[in-house]
Design a protein. Structure first.
Length: 48
């Protein structure tokens, strides 16, 4: 199961919001977390 790199919630991949960054796909629980990641992806990409 993917984990939202911003808030740390485990997600169902089918329900999560995907976001591509440098060839990797990250999954988010909501658009808010996805927007936070998009502003500072280097801060969060290692949390996934």
């Amino acid at each position: 199961m993917p984990v939202d790199p911003v808030c740390g919630i485990e997600l169902d991949e089918e329900l999560a919001l995907p976001h591509e960054y440098k060839g990797s796909t990250f999954y988010f629980c909501c658009n808010g977390c996805r927007m936070i990641f998009a502003k500072k992806p280097r801060k969060y990409r290692n949390n996934a």
